[in-house]
Design a protein around this ligand. Structure first.
Ligand code: SAM
Ligand code: SF4
Length: 466
């Protein structure tokens, strides 16, 4: 696949500043032209992203949000995919000044779950109704080294309880070599997720002061190595609050452009974590460049318009209210019922043992009921990855809009599974009503397969998808 790119070839800071300088002044005419193009759902150029990032006028902000809503609805309909993070270990050799797991922090008890403990955690998640987990770990593994992660993935996939199991394991772990990425792919992962934290080199150096993570370029080129190893669903992200968000979203655009040019496919997802307070971290309580709620909504809306086919992930770092608002603006996947301390699902430890503080503490059932009442279809679907619809193949189906005909029926079938097997009576009632309304409003091409799949689920069949 050619020689590795230097960091500057992936992210060019001078070009970002120049784009912001020439396009970053509020200009109503340019904004409206850009929004008209954005509504076609074909994506935006970096210069257009800069134009939108300069919006401050309330009327233009309203128009930005309206455009984002329409693109979100066009591509994702009313679906919201649900997952839970599974923290297996908080051992870490790095010194990221914002994170409770940083090596020198003595306020957190260190723990790497045994395979038996991981199984116990998975059982709790399956019994709540989860089908997707995001495995998370610090950058230091116990005795078996990286094989610890591979063993953990195997345990997650083979754990079954009642009628349920985890059907897709995504991972968020430190950057690997190509050879290690090949082994990770061999373990059957869904998405490999890694956040650059900040694309701004100087800030990166200031907040990563020890351990392997200091190497900005090794981290930046991780997605190239993953792609070279055959992992074609990758998830990128920025930890908002470390540096100027306008710079960061343009850097994200450059990273995406690089992956598209080199591998023919961009990232499967973008995550938008905001810095939250963390035990033993002054920096986390005083973000150098805090992003307020108003700008945070803009970030989600702009990303939705810039890369319409890339999923946007919203975690439980944010409060229920802000999460609700951003669903309409572009978020397509959310975590729910999360714990960020290893063993947190099967024990009742204090939350401050977690990686950072959470904004949404509600259990999965409550989140499902809430989004159902708001009219969103909670989806536990894992069909694409199970049918090999990843990378190019996914985008080939997604871009002409064909994927929607499969996603809606698949979402309803997995939602009904959840309602029948795990939901509280109140959630089941709200869910059945939403399924009925959704079927009634569906075009015939979707309704027929959806009705068949729902009938199978009601007859007792599980894991029905197409
Ligand atoms: N250790 C690996 C790494 O750093 O990439 C993977 C796991 S790390 C626990 C996952 C992510 O948590 C980091 O990429 C970072 O963005 C996020 N994180 C760390 N501290 C945080 C904080 N105080 N608030 C919000 N997110 C935080
Ligand atoms: Fe370790 Fe990741 Fe936390 Fe940094 S962000 S201290 S690498 S767990």
């Amino acid at each position: 696949m050619g020689s590795p790119d230097s960091g500057e070839e992936i992210v060019n800071e001078c070009a970002i500043w120049e784009t912001l300088r020439t396009n970053g002044k509020s200009d109503a005419v340019k904004v409206r032209e850009t929004l008209a193009k954005a509504r076609e759902a074909k994506g935006l150029e970096p210069s257009e992203v800069a134009v939108l990032s300069a919006i401050s006028d309330p009327d233009l902000t309203f128009e930005l949000f309206a455009a984002a809503r329409s693109v979100k609805e066009k591509i994702y309909g009313r679906r919201l995919v649900l997952f839970a993070p599974l923290y297996v270990s908080n051992l870490c050799g790095n010194e990221c000044l914002y994170c409770a797991f940083r090596a020198r922090n003595k306020d957190v008890e260190r723990r790497a779950l045994s395979m038996g403990e991981i199984e116990r955690e998975v059982k709790v998640l399956v019994e709540q109704g989860h089908k997707r987990v995001l495995l998370v770990a610090g950058e230091a593994y116990p005795n078996r080294g990286f094989d610890y992660i591979l063993d953990a993935i195997a345990v997650i996939y083979r754990t079954r309880i009642g009628r349920g199991e985890i059907r897709r394991v995504n991972v968020n772990i430190a950057p690997l070599s190509v050879e290690e990425f090949r082994r990770l792919k061999g373990a059957g992962i869904g998405t490999y997720q890694l956040f650059q934290e900040t694309y701004h080199r100087e800030t990166y150096a200031n907040v990563h002061v020890g351990g392997r993570k200091r190497d900005y370029d090794w981290r930046l080129a991780a997605m190239d190595r993953a792609m070279e190893a055959g992992i074609d669903d990758v998830g990128i992200g920025v930890l908002f609050g470390l540096f100027d968000w306008r710079f960061e979203i343009l850097a994200l655009m450059q990273h995406i452009g690089h992956l598209e040019r080199k591998y023919g496919v961009g990232p499967h997802t973008i995550s938008v974590p905001r810095l939250e307070p963390a035990t033993g971290s002054d920096l986390a309580s005083h973000p150098p460049k805090p992003v307020n709620d108003a700008d945070f909504r803009k970030i989600v809306a702009i990303l939705r318009l810039a890369v319409p086919y890339t999923g946007i992930i919203m975690s439980t770092r944010e409060t229920p209210n802000l999460r609700r608002e951003t669903f309409a603006l572009g978020v397509s996947q959310i975590s729910a019922g999360s714990r960020t301390n290893p063993g947190g699902y099967s024990t009742d430890e204090e939350e401050d043992a977690g990686q950072f503080s959470l904004g949404d503490h509600r259990p999965l059932d409550e989140v499902v009921r809430d989004i159902t009442i708001l009219g969103y279809i909670p989806s536990f679907c894992t069909a694409c990855y199970r049918l090999g619809r990843t990378g190019h193949d996914f985008m080939d189906l997604a871009k002409p809009g064909e994927i929607k005909n499969r996603c809606d029926p698949n979402a309803l079938a997995t939602f009904l599974e959840y309602l029948l097997d795990y939901a509280s009576p109140a959630t089941r009632e709200a869910g059945e009503k939403l399924i009925e309304e959704t079927l009634a409003a569906m075009p015939e091409v979707q309704r027929e397969p959806a009705m068949k799949m729902l009938a199978k689920v009601r007859e007792g069949k599980r894991d029905v998808f197409f």
